[in-house]
Design a protein around this ligand. Structure first.
Ligand code: 1GP
Length: 245
């Protein structure tokens, strides 16, 4: 089954949780173990990526290790055109819609396109918007950060993604953000756009996860929480918060 079909099917039954793992934050063995833990706790997919590009050999080793230890889909969440691996199940073919630089809107994507085709990777077109404070993703992506009170701005980006024919829309506060994307913004986007909405950045507690999910996030993404001490307990609570178990 295609990964997008898997996502859409699961969304019919409820909200999803995805775990972002950064190959720069450990050996492939460490990353594989975290993926296994997250998958056992009920995460619906593993996203692999970071704010900066990773050497393909390292990325390949990480993805293979994750694939060997889990049965959930592994989706590349690329920082640039170097972040590709034929061992992944799919890649978010994403455009950073609020970047000041065309590089992150379309150039890196163009640079990667032939390799993606040669690898036979499934592409999932996704509009990506970085909300204040944006953290490293905002800096690296040269984002014109979306103000936290600009629900209108978020809605217009979501509609833009929808009218471009993208299949998903992602609101990102940045990894390690002090607080997640505001609930009002999530609610506004959900009311106006039909695209499945991903929300990530700064979600570390079950309360925050529940708030983001109840505001309308279809897919809640967390990274940092699983990397911490007691990651298993914390991630379990976050996943429960998302799914309402
Ligand atoms: C992924 O930024 C999120 O896009 C992850 O953020 O590390 O704060 O969970 P956290």
């Amino acid at each position: 089954m295609k990964v997008l079909t898997y996502i859409m099917k699961r969304l019919k039954k409820g909200r999803l949780h995805m775990t972002l793992l950064d190959p720069e934050k450990g050996t492939s063995h460490d990353i594989g173990k975290l993926a296994e833990m997250a998958s056992n706790l009920g995460t619906d997919a593993i996203m692999v990526g970071g704010s900066t590009g990773v050497d393909q050999k390292i990325l390949d080793a990480n993805v293979r290790e994750i694939k060997a230890r889990t049965s959930v889909p592994v989706i590349l969440f690329p920082a640039d055109s170097s972040s590709l691996s034929p061992y992944a199940d799919a890649i978010y073919f994403m455009s950073l819609l609020n970047s000041r630089s065309v590089t992150h809107v379309v150039r890196e994507q163009r640079r990667a396109s032939q390799a993606i085709k040669d690898m036979g990777l499934e592409t999932i077109p996704m509009g990506y918007v970085i909300v204040d404070p944006g953290m490293k993703a905002g800096e690296v992506g040269e984002a014109d950060l979306l103000r936290r009170d600009s629900s209108e701005g978020a809605v217009s980006y979501a509609l833009t993604a929808e009218y471009f024919g993208m299949k998903l829309f992602y609101l990102e506060a940045g990894s390690g953000a002090p607080s997640p994307v505001p609930s009002d913004m999530i609610r506004a986007v959900k009311e106006e756009s039909r695209l499945p909405l991903l929300v990530g950045g700064g979600i570390r507690s079950p309360e925050a996860a529940r708030e983001v999910a109840e505001a309308g996030a279809d897919i809640v993404v967390t990274g940092t929480v699983v990397e911490r001490e007691n990651g298993s307990k914390a991630l379990k609570a976050v996943i429960h918060g998302v799914k309402g178990w």
